[in-house]
Design a protein around this ligand. Sequence first.
Ligand SMILES: C[S@@+](CC[C@H](N)C(=O)[O-])C[C@H]1O[C@@H](n2cnc3c(N)ncnc32)[C@H](O)[C@@H]1O
Length: 248
Amino acid sequence: MPSNPTSTRVQSLDERIATSEGKRRYVRTLFATIADRYDFITPLMSYGQDRRWKRRLVDLAAPSDGARTLDLATGTGDIAFALAARGARVIGLDVTRRMIELARAKASTERSTVTFLVGDMLALPFPSGSFDIVTTGYGLRNVPDLGAAIDEVGRVLKSGGQALSLDFDRPSNRLIRAVYLTYLSLVGAVLGWMLHRDPDTYRYIPASIRQYPGADAVARLMAARGFRRVRHYPVLGGLMAIHHGFRD
Ligand SMILES: C[S@@+](CC[C@H](N)C(=O)[O-])C[C@H]1O[C@@H](n2cnc3c(N)ncnc32)[C@H](O)[C@@H]1O
């Protein structure tokens, strides 16, 4: 049967984020949509564990007083505020303007000294060697080019400076991966429908994990791109991970 040249098939979520440009566009729309509910949904989806994981990352960073610190994909600023509370001088950067507005509002009520900026972690507005510490929570999985993001982190770090990233892992066991991703898809679809009338909203999480190379591969990529003593610590029984490495 001849196909109708004017018909357009609706792309699946996986297809929409399969290309760099598609993922870039999707991620920007997604986080602008969910920003106002982000602080509600994150503890809900992590069963209240998210704060604990972020605390662990900040413990590993152990910033010295006045350490120049950049938190990428800062969202509403959890990690940035926690680092500042330990004495670091912190800039939080995020591509979603609404996230930054919310972070700034929190900063003024908490009387925090964190500076928040709108920006893209793939093109950071800082000279090379500006920071002692660069952190990100759920940042690396969301960029369209993981290698380029790691290079940018490396560029803005001083020699000997440390990079830390908290994110989901991609379980290597196929059965565990299938169960885990199915579970996240079901929960995500229900929450997406309830909160945004769009089941794909939080199904993005498992879709992005499917495309993510996993914690081992991210560690190898960091090592190949100029980081040393790269380690990753399993979180939530290995379903998530914290990466930690030092700039050469
Ligand atoms: C899941 S949220 C994480 C927020 C925060 N780090 C946390 O741990 O709660 C992911 C954030 O990444 C941001 N983001 C996505 N792509 C980005 C990019 N290219 N540059 C900077 N931020 C980005 C989104 O706007 C969103 O706020």
